[in-house]
Ligand binder design. Structure first.
Ligand SMILES: Nc1ncnc2c1ncn2[C@@H]1O[C@H](COP(=O)(O)OP(=O)(O)OP(=O)(O)O)[C@@H](O)[C@H]1O
Ligand SMILES: [Mg+2]
Length: 1089
């Protein structure tokens, strides 16, 4: 088996669901299926669909389109794709379905097509035609060349709309001309080009617009959109109100941007292929037309009584002439005179004011309408197919619909005539098509009763008795011709026609019909009665332009204007009257009809839901009126005359095969046989259907709806069945899936659990193993560590030992010691230096020298001080070492004296400088004291004269004071007799004052032998020496310290009494000698100077 990947298109085709118009229908999508069929049901069906935004409804293959007056999202590229290559009845009704059908039968079946779009003004014809064109453009071939053709065809619309459309009360963009466009395709269906035909432009609009309406768009577009520069070139001003031809009451249209549209139009003209100079010429003509309206005339009476007119302000005329290159005088003359040429004669008459205005307006109208026709021709030139190959044609006809106004004039008459013709062709073609289909399918054709409007067409167009013929006859008739004479003629000729009504007709039927004014006639059109005002018929039919004007135009130095008025060429002067407007129109309608008849028709019937141009409003009366005059019911009837519904066997079987067991789900045989089986099984009465060659024909919609109901019911059952099976399948697959999943999960879980278990055992084994290994390893490690430690210890010991040895050997080289060494060295050096310097700076050896060199280093501060101290001590020692024993003794005594008296006795300082001589009295040498000398065998320590103070009066007596090793002796100075001898052990104390006196008291131990006479109060100049020596001697003899009391008041024992000796600061009356006085028994006062 071979596998093949499907292409995306095949996939799409497989996915494509067969749908039908009958699916989800709102109301009925095809009026043929309407039951019961009457005006109300028809209207209600349309309304219902309109309310649900279904603006398209079919009558068989005819599309009814209701203008939604708002943009619906049904024209998107997606929608185009949806409808592309689908059968007509497959999807809900749409203009795209009709376009697709037409395009495909053109491309595939080689049938030329025409799309006839009809409906009243504002019903959406032009929009519909554009939709058809854009659909065809979207689905037909692509490529640079093809795209350019498409673009040109599409862009012809804005150009023609700008020049041929205007705002009317019914439609803001009303086409004021009929348009038929043939789009030409090659055999592949690629567009080659096109041909546009225009019909009867409403040129009267150029000079006058009904209230609330505008002139053609282009005038407003130029004034709003052209640059100042361009306007200046055209000699125009932007202000609308400057121009008489522009109706002012609705110069601006809501939602229309004239300026932007102007740019669109210029762009479109460029795309279509207009050369710049052509565009320029076109706008010059437009400007000239506009300015023509501003030319005004005033009356001027001539002597011969004939009225004459004159141009009021020639400025405008001058500008027009400059713009168009016309000789001003020629044009001025053309507005004042009219030349009538007959045979060889030339008669010139003056024009009065009214005639001048008539001439002006006629010129403006002609200029504009000819410009419009020229534009169409020019566009055709551009869009014309370039090849000579055989072409397939699709014609699109967008022509004014049936018009019934309050005042209907010549224009309405011919428009309605055209619609009458279209209706005729519609009926003919529909019937023909119907009949052809019956024949094709081999179904017996039954005659259908319908209203044939040929009779009305005949009333209008009959070459002898038709209204148009009458009008022409009147126009060509010599003599006075007026609209009334024309009406009279009609009254005579058409009086008996059953569709002609007139008050004055010979037939007295309408004599009393007051709704019919005398100046009117009424025609009973297929779509309703229309009353026409006869006024203007003759004039409009004549469509006269004075020859002088056309000649003036021909003379213009403006190629376009010249070309527009070929009859102005005097060389080609044609005295024959030009064909009337009516006959021209009749001829072109005839050509159109002929053209249409050769093509396969497709109809779009446009309906306007309300008069307000508003969305969502459905005006029953208005729509009903349109249904009526469009003959839509008639249309349905024709379509339903035989069989209401027909469908090819395949789709029919496909749609209903589920209703029969044999055909469901698959029918193997031919589709027709399947349908036969199906219909037999369903017991559908035989008269209800007929088998054609390729289609089944169903007579009544009822039968179709019955089939639809059955299908619906069956679909529900099938849906339930499918649902049931689907649910079962879903549950089962789910169950199977779950089961499978469960097994998968279980296996995975088991695996997981085993894995877990294994991992646990494995990890336990590993743990046990690791413990054992650990234990073993630790044991080994311990041993190894021990061993290692032993080794290390040995090594360390060895290392230390070696280290010690090495260090010992190398210590001196160690850098670590260097610092200390350097430090010590430096220190030593410093000390050395210090000491050397000190040596040189040493002060003298005198102990009293206070000089000492300054300290050189801070760190030697304490050393320096210490050195100073040591040096001083050493110097002192040195000094002391010079002393003899004698001197030493003296100094010892001096030292003792200092200790005893320094700072205590004022006399002391004076004694310091005196050397202690001791033996002041040289007893041994003086014979006087021989006896005394002998009495004292010991060594005399002191021998001196002292004053002994008398206790009674205080008077002094000289005595010799002797101190020996053991005693103190007092002897008489003269005799040398010893007066008192006191052993040193009996001397208890020596008292003295603190002052500068030599008084002192020697206190004796009480009860001793010497104490009988009391203590001695003595005075000596050498008191300090004496007291010191006494003290020393006593200490060395008695080993006791003699008490020396220094006080300015002390007690002295005199025999039994104690007398107080008091030292006072006395006067100096006795010089420096202190005086002693006995004050009373108890007080002895010593005045010390
Ligand atoms: N299919 C549509 N969708 C949305 N709006 C629409 C559609 N058809 C028509 N219209 C609206 O209705 C307006 C009138 O439509 P259109 O010009 O096609 O009317 P018409 O039948 O050509 O009238 P006339 O005979 O005056 O030219 C459009 O300008 C547009 O606003
Ligand atoms: Mg239109």
């Amino acid at each position: 088996m071979k596998w093949r990947i499907l292409t995306s298109e095949e996939k799409m085709a497989k996915m494509e669901v067969k749908t039908s118009l009958l699916d989800n229908m709102i109301g009925v999508g095809d009026m043929v299926l309407l039951e019961p069929l009457n005006e109300d049901s028809f209207l209600n069906n349309l309304k219902k669909r309109f309310d649900h935004n279904e603006v398209y409804t079919y009558i068989g293959s005819v599309v009814i389109s209701i203008n939604p007056y708002r943009s619906l999202p049904i024209y998107t590229p997606e929608k185009v794709e949806e409808y592309r290559n689908r059968n007509f009845y497959e999807l809900s009704p749409h203009i795209f379905a009709l376009s697709d059908e037409a395009y495909r039968s053109l491309r595939d079946q080689d049938k030329d097509q025409c799309i006839l779009i009809t409906g009243e003004s504002g019903a959406g014809k032009t929009e519909a035609s554009k939709l058809v064109m854009s659909y065809v453009a979207a689905v037909c071939g692509k490529g640079a060349e093809v795209n350019q053709v498409k673009e040109q065809l599409l862009q012809s619309n804005p150009v023609l709309e700008a020049f041929g459309n205007a705002k009317t009360v019914r439609n803001d963009n009303s086409s004021r001309f009929g348009k038929y466009m043939d789009i030409e395709f090659d055999f592949k269906g690629d567009p080659l080009g096109g041909v546009i035909s225009n019909y009867l432009l409403e040129k009267s609009r150029v000079v006058k617009q009904p209230r609330g309406e505008r002139n053609f768009h282009i005038f407003y577009q130029i004034l709003s959109g052209a640059s100042e520069d361009f306007l200046c070139k055209l000699k125009l001003e932007r202000d609308f109100s400057r121009y008489n031809y522009l109706g002012l009451d609705s110069a601006k249209v809501n939602g229309v941007d004239d300026a932007a549209n102007f740019r669109t139009v210029r762009n479109a003209m460029q795309i279509v292929g207009f050369m710049d100079h052509e565009t320029q010429s076109v706008f010059e003509v437009v400007a000239a037309v506009l300015k023509l309206g501003n030319i005004e005339f005033k009356p001027e009476s001539r002597v011969n009584g004939l009225d004459e007119s004159k141009i009021k302000d020639k400025n405008e005329l001058k500008e027009i002439c400059e713009l168009t290159g016309i000789d001003q005088s020629v044009l001025e003359r053309a507005f004042s005179f009219r030349t009538v040429e007959a045979k060889q004669e030339k008669v010139s008459t003056t024009l009065n004011v009214a005639q001048a205005y008539y001439a002006r307006d006629a010129l403006a109208k002609n200029l504009y309408s000819r410009l419009f026709s020229w534009l169409v021709t020019r566009i055709n030139e551009s869009i014309k197919a370039q090849t000579k190959v055989r072409k397939k044609v699709m014609g699109v006809l967008d022509i004014y619909g049936f018009e019934i106004f309050e005042d209907n004039s010549f224009e309405q008459f011919i428009i309605n005539y055209c619609n009458e013709k279209l209706q005729q062709i519609f009926i003919e073609l529909t019937l023909k098509e119907e009949q052809e289909e019956y024949i094709r399918e081999g179904i017996e054709w039954t005659h259908i009763e319908y209203f044939n409007n040929a009779i009305i067409c005949d009333l209008i167009e009959n070459n002898q008795t038709g209204i148009l013929a009458m009008l022409d006859e009147e126009c060509l008739r010599p003599g006075t011709v007026t609209d009334d004479t024309f009406l009279e003629k009609l009254n005579q000729v058409c009086a008996t026609h059953q569709h002609f009504e007139s008050r004055m007709s010979k037939c007295s039927r309408f004599l009393n019909d007051t709704s019919l004014p005398h100046s009117c006639f009424r025609i009973q059109h297929y779509a309703g009665k229309v009353m026409y005002q006869v006024e203007g018929f003759v004039d409009k039919n004549n469509d006269l332009l004075y020859r002088d004007l056309s000649q003036a135009m021909w003379k213009a130095n403006h190629s376009l204007i010249k070309a527009l008025f070929p009859e102005g060429n005097p060389a080609k002067i044609n005295l024959k009257r030009p064909p009337t407007a009516g006959s021209q129109f009749k001829a072109s309608v005839a050509t159109l009809m002929k053209n249409l008849q050769t093509k396969n028709p497709n109809y779009i019937r446009c309906i306007k839901p309300n008069d307000k141009k508003a969305a969502h409003i459905f005006n029953d009366a208005l729509v009903c009126h349109q249904i009526r005059y469009l003959g839509l019911l008639e249309n349905v009837r024709v379509r339903r005359a035989g069989y209401a519904f027909r469908q090819a066997y395949e789709p029919c079987l496909e749609r209903y095969k589920m209703l029969c067991k044999q055909t469901w789900p698959h029918w193997r045989g031919p589709a027709r046989a399947g349908v036969e089986v199906l219909f037999n099984e369903l017991e559908i009465p035989e008269e209800e259907f007929s088998f054609g060659r390729s289609k089944i024909f169903i007579r009544n919609p009822r039968t179709l709806f019955k089939l639809e109901d059955l299908r619906k019911q069956r679909l529900e059952d099938l849906a339930t069945l499918i649902e049931k099976i689907y649910r079962g399948w879903k549950c089962r697959t789910r169950f199977l899936l779950m089961k499978k999943s469960q097994i998968v999960i279980a296996s995975w879980y088991r695996r997981y659990a085993q894995q877990k278990k294994y991992q646990k055992i494995k990890s336990s084994a590993i743990i046990v193993q690791s413990y054992i290994r650990g234990w073993k390893a630790r044991k080994l490690l311990r041993e190894l560590k021990h061993q290692k430690r032993c080794n290390e210890a040995a090594t360390i010991i060895a290392a230390y030992w070696h280290g010690t040895q090495v260090r010992r050997e190398y210590r001196k080289f160690f850098r670590a010691n260097a610092g200390r060494k350097i430090y010590e060295f430096t220190l030593q050096r410093l000390m050395q230096k210090y000491f050397l310097e000190m040596k040189n700076k040493m002060p003298s050896l005198s102990p009293i020298d206070k000089n000492w060199p300054a300290r050189p280093y801070l760190f030697l501060d304490s050393t320096h001080k210490e050195l100073k101290r040591i040096f001083h001590l050493w110097r002192c020692k040195k000094y002391r070492d010079q002393f003899t024993d004698q001197q030493k003794l003296i100094y010892e005594e001096k030292l003792e004296a200092s200790e005893l008296f320094k700072d205590k006795k004022a006399l002391y300082p004076a004694s310091v400088g005196q050397p202690f001589q001791g033996a002041y009295l040289e007893i041994s040498k003086n014979p006087k004291y021989k006896k005394l000398k002998d009495a004292v065998d010991e060594k005399i320590i002191i021998a001196e004269v002292v004053n002994k103070i008398n206790r009674a009066n205080g008077k002094a007596t000289s005595r010799i004071f002797l101190l020996t090793k053991n005693n103190v002796l007092l002897a008489d100075q003269k005799s040398g007799n010893i007066k008192s001898e006191v052993p040193l052990g009996d001397v208890t104390k020596v008292s003295m004052s603190s002052q500068n006196d030599g008084f002192f008291a020697v206190h004796l131990k009480e009860g001793s032998g010497a104490a009988g006479k009391g203590d001695f109060l003595l005075s000596s100049d050498h008191l300090i020496e004496m007291a010191t020596k006494l003290y020393r001697t006593t200490l060395s003899q008695t080993k006791q310290k003699l008490n020396i009391e220094i006080s300015d008041e002390f007690l002295v024992q005199f025999r039994q009494d104690k007398v107080c000796v008091k030292f006072i600061q006395g006067s100096q009356k006795n010089g420096n000698i202190p005086t002693c006085k006995r004050k009373n028994n108890r007080l002895l006062e010593v005045a010390v100077p």
